[in-house]
Each structure stands twice: as C-alpha cells, then as structure tokens.
Design a protein around this ligand. Structure first.
Ligand SMILES: C[S@@+](CC[C@H](N)C(=O)[O-])C[C@H]1O[C@@H](n2cnc3c(N)ncnc32)[C@H](O)[C@@H]1O
Length: 221
C-alpha cells in the first residue's frame, strides 16, 4: 500500500533524528526521554525516595528517567491508555485517564501502596509528570480541545494529590484554553516556567510547563 506524503516524511525524519539514535544507543524507550532529562537538568526536581506520577507514560522513556532519580527508595506510578512493558521501580496502570473509574483506580492504587509502606498523610505524591497527548486528528480546534482536556485533568490530579512544595511538569499545546490554565497553575504553584526542550520538534506547538512549589489545595476553579 502506498504511504501518504506525511507518513513518509515522518518516517524519514524519525530515522534521521539524532534523538532517536541517541535513545536507541542509551537504552531509552523513546526520544522524549531527552525532553524530561533536559527539563530536569535545568530544574532539578526529583530526588531519591520521592513518589512521582507519570501520566501518558508509554512506552516509558519518562518513567525510565524518573525512576533513575527516585531510586529504589522511591516509586514511579505510571499510567497510559496503552500497555507498557514493566520497568524497575515503576508501577504500571493501563487505562484512559479521562474515565472517572480509571482516575479513581489509580488513586486507590497509590493509597494502597502507601498503606503497605506505612506512608502516612492525605497527600502522598511529590511530583506529577504529564506527557499525555491525544491522537491527532489534523483538525486544529479538535486537537487543541482534546489536548487541553488532558492537561486540565493532569492539573486537577496534581492539585488533589501533591504534597505542599510538590511539582508538576506538563506538556501543553499552546492555544485556546492554555492561558486560562496557566493562570490557574500560577495561582496554585509558587513558580511556573514555560520551556521548549531541544528534543521538542520546532514545528510542534508543544511546550512544557515546569511548576514548582505547590501551595494550594484548591484547583483555582
Ligand atoms: C508523547 S506520548 C508519551 C511518551 C512518554 N512520555 C515516553 O517518554 O515514553 C503520549 C502518551 O499519552 C497517552 N495518552 C493519550 N491520551 C490518554 C488518556 N486519555 N489516558 C492515558 N494516556 C493517554 C498516549 O497513549 C501516549 O502514550
């Protein structure tokens, strides 16, 4: 079957991409690992012993980086709609995060692990990462709305689970709805920095928000 122009371009770019080659050489599951690595080099957020959530985790590049910083003393809780192969120090849940029962099941797993490890407190999470992105339809308004739903949900989850002082790192597609969410994030965190890592393709509208110092229990809504 003939390939479309855009899929041929994607394949050509993919195989020539230096980050794809580097990921392969260094044993990372995805080139996106280098985005998180760069964000964490600029803002060191994850320390040994932390509990970190990774939303939209498959195939696992960000989880690999996060687990390396959390070490055996900490834990990564990873969630994706797609299946993901196991990784050391990473607990995996497969499900659609927009579904309330999946959201609840994920929260319940974290509470269960906390109980088993005698971790006390209402708030158990040191940091929330979200690289979630919808399947792109090619219609800008639809894709923007779908990606904002995922970013808003990641923000809501961060506000419900983070310890005071915690962090949130989130992929954002700049456009309709992103300014309003940035305003809420700036109210809930001491500092929010907008970054475009080198590994993020120049033509992509994605940026990453690095929010530090969670201060509020309210979602600001
Ligand atoms: C850019 S990829 C993440 C790559 C990942 N950070 C890594 O380093 O391997 C975006 C992910 O978001 C996931 N995703 C999209 N919608 C989702 C949803 N509703 N619930 C959970 N995951 C979702 C996709 O399945 C996809 O794996």
């Amino acid at each position: 079957m003939a390939r479309s122009k855009s899929s041929s371009r994607w394949l050509r770019e993919h195989f020539q991409d230096p980050y794809v080659k580097k990921a392969h050489q260094q044993g990372y599951r995805a080139r996106s690992a280098f985005k998180l690595e760069e964000l964490l080099t600029k803002t060191p957020l994850i320390r040994s012993g932390m509990w970190v959530v990774d939303l939209g985790a498959a195939p696992g590049g960000w989880s690999q980086i996060a687990a390396r910083f959390c070490t055996a003393r900490g834990r990564v809780f990873a969630l994706d709609i797609l299946a993901m192969d196991a990784l050391e120090y990473v607990e995996n849940v497969q499900g659609d995060f927009t579904q309330p029962e999946v959201y609840e099941q994920f929260c319940a797993l974290i509470r269960e692990r906390a109980l088993a490890e005698n971790r006390t407190g209402e708030r158990l999470i040191d940091g929330v990462l979200s690289d979630m992105a919808p399947n792109m339809s090619g219609t800008l308004a639809v894709d923007q709305a779908r990606s904002m739903v995922l970013s808003e949900l990641a923000f809501q989850f961060a506000c419900e689970t983070l310890k005071t002082g915690g962090f949130w790192v989130c992929k954002i597609f700049q456009g309709e709805g992103s300014d309003a969410l940035l305003k809420q994030a700036r109210a809930a965190f001491k500092k929010v920095t907008v970054r475009k890592p080198d590994a993020s393709r120049a033509r992509s509208r994605e940026v990453y928000w690095v929010a530090e110092g969670f201060k509020s229990l309210s979602t600001g809504s």
